[in-house]
Design a protein around this ligand. Structure first.
Ligand code: FE
Ligand code: FE
Ligand code: ZN
Length: 289
């Protein structure tokens, strides 16, 4: 069975109970959440997450917690040339991993960071990573560095940068989340050469380091570096190429998570998951816009 799900919310009084029920309503068997608002570092107290009921529901619906992903807030910048801000990022991500450990989550996706124009930033970033791993060495948690579109000064826009970050770090603690929109947007032509792109990834990083896939189409052509996600089959990557990721036997055990845009204020995930499972594009999901 393929592992497919989407980003779901984690809010209100329902918190993680709501997350599971939302995922189940889409016929998903995995999902991704933020532990707070994506744009801030505020966190509710542990009891608010409804941990016990959360685990009961996962069991009931036969969802494996290792297939779930926590996304770190995107304001966190492990590469920030400003030492104080970098220390904040290290401290925050350490606490986030400890919270995850208490909730039972094992995988955290994080945007590697922004250099803000400083050539040394990637070295700062690596130091930050090492510190965070050391601070959380007694946990069963893993950091997944996301492949980035290369918007602004984003680090992680190519496989070489990610390989540099991973080099020498423990394989059981740091790996990669492959975002199909971002890689295409940063210039890897999966539409014309799916195998070639994966071969390149394998050479530079190793395909076994991919532990999650963000399955998104792209609103913009190859190499645009704009990072605008599109609904499955409605963008420049297209339905056929996205299906290749889903049904690639090498990614069989890896959760694939949709982060595609809402349509008319509604989550499209149930319909998108359905078309992926049916292997049939649904041209009616979205009108001309
Ligand atoms: Fe992301
Ligand atoms: Fe993503
Ligand atoms: Zn994105």
């Amino acid at each position: 069975m393929i592992k497919i799900g989407s980003h779901v919310s984690n809010k209100g009084d329902e918190m993680l109970v709501g997350s599971v029920l939302e995922a189940v309503s889409y016929d998903a068997n995995c999902f991704m959440v933020y532990l707070g608002a994506p744009q801030n570092s505020y966190r509710k107290d542990f009891d608010s997450f409804r941990n016990k009921e959360f685990h009961k529901l996962l069991k009931e619906h036969k969802i494996n917690i290792d297939d779930l992903i926590v996304h770190a807030p995107y304001i966190i910048n492990m590469a920030n040339p400003d030492l104080e801000k970098r220390e904040f990022a290290i401290d925050f991500l350490t606490r986030e991993l400890l919270l995850m450990e208490n909730l039972g989550f094992t995988k955290m996706v994080v945007h590697p960071g922004n250099s803000l124009g400083d050539d040394n930033a990637i070295n700062y970033l690596k130091e930050s990573l090492i510190k965070i791993l050391d601070n959380t060495k007694n946990t069963n948690t893993m950091i997944l560095l996301e492949t980035m579109a290369g918007k602004g000064t984003e680090i992680g826009r190519n496989f070489e940068e990610l390989a540099f970050l991973l080099e020498g770090l423990p394989e059981e603690r740091v790996n990669v989340c492959f975002d199909t929109c971002h890689t295409f947007d940063s210039g890897y032509d999966t539409f014309n050469d799916y195998e070639g792109v994966l071969e390149k990834f394998d050479e530079i990083i190793g395909l076994e380091r991919i532990k999650a896939i963000h399955l998104n189409d792209s609103k913009n052509p190859l190499g645009s570096q704009k990072d605008r996600h599109e609904n499955i089959g409605y963008g420049y990557i297209g339905f056929e190429t996205l299906l290749k990721f889903v049904y690639d036997s090498r990614f069989k055990d890896i959760p694939k998570v949709l982060e595609t845009p809402y349509i008319d204020g509604k989550a499209p995930y149930k319909e998108e998951i359905e078309m992926i499972k049916m292997k049939k594009f649904n041209p009616k999901l979205k009108g001309e816009s």
